[in-house]
Design a protein around this ligand. Structure first.
Ligand SMILES: *[C@@H]1O[C@H](CO)[C@@H](O)[C@H](O)[C@H]1NC(C)=O
Ligand SMILES: *[C@@H]1O[C@H](CO)[C@@H](O)[C@H](O)[C@H]1NC(C)=O
Ligand SMILES: [Ca+2]
Length: 226
């Protein structure tokens, strides 16, 4: 009996990690908490360059995290953070931040957001709906390296935790992809325009490995009636 119980617990633990094709699905983060989030898993632990793309929808006009990647040595190893001010983002790489200002960004609208960084030039760039920001130097000369934890819905102040309700994400998110290189402007514009693109080789929405903690829902994309 005891054996059967621990065996089923083991099975339950295994299935807490989903590995799914999320095409035409979204994550809905419906309430403000300091707990609800999605932890995304990748086997990659060493990245010389990065592109992250996703689509998000929110009515938040306070600070919030959109994509938080932490390692023990650098909590803000790669972070896309929306500041409260209209059009203002903070982009973080390897623990250093840069402001990106004046981005056309409306509430209650789906946005295609991409960010690139590479360790050689140290340059970061934000693309919102296919429109590029001014490139900014953050940090060069070292890779993103270590046990990587990626969190959607919350901002990590410790490796995998330290969440602050005032930086939590409330809204919807979809089509999260991550690559181990910087995408070309044409790739990014194709992603932003829903045209064909090569899925991420670090994170792929069509084969997404993740764990949901708290109230986050996987729902169908809402198609508007034509
Ligand atoms: C962009 O999309 C077009 C149309 O689907 C396709 O022909 C082209 O190869 C794509 N470009 C890239 C860089 O993927
Ligand atoms: C891409 O698809 C999303 C959701 O399906 C839609 O809201 C958006 O307008 C589309 N973008 C373009 C450029 O077609
Ligand atoms: Ca924080």
């Amino acid at each position: 009996m005891l054996l059967i119980t621990s065996f089923s617990i083991c099975i339950i633990h295994m299935f807490l990690y989903f590995f799914k094709d999320l095409s035409n699905k979204i994550f809905t983060f419906p309430e403000e908490t300091n707990t609800a989030h999605v932890r995304v898993t990748t086997s990659r632990q060493d990245l010389r360059a990065v592109t992250v793309c996703f689509r998000s929808f929110t009515d938040l006009n306070r600070d919030h995290s959109l994509f938080s990647l932490a390692t023990p040595s650098a909590i803000n190893n790669f972070l896309i953070f929306k500041k409260a001010a209209n059009g203002l983002f903070d982009l973080w790489a390897r623990g250093k931040a840069n402001k990106v200002e004046g981005i056309a960004y409306k509430l209650n609208t789906w946005h295609s957001i991409c960010s690139t960084w590479d360790s050689t030039s140290g340059l970061m760039q934000l693309w919102v709906n296919g429109v590029p920001s001014s490139k900014k130097f953050t940090n060069s000369g070292s890779n993103i390296n270590g046990p990587i934890i990626i969190v959607l819905g919350q901002e990590q102040d410790t490796h995998g935790g330290g969440f602050d309700i005032k930086q939590s994400f409330v809204g919807m998110m979809s089509d999260v992809h991550m690559w181990d290189h910087t995408l070309s402007p044409c790739d990014i514009q194709n992603y932003s325009n829903n045209r064909s693109f090569t899925p991420g080789n670090v994170l792929n929405w069509n084969a997404f490995e993740f764990q949901i903690v708290g109230r986050v829902l996987v729902e169908n994309k809402q198609e508007l009636c034509q």
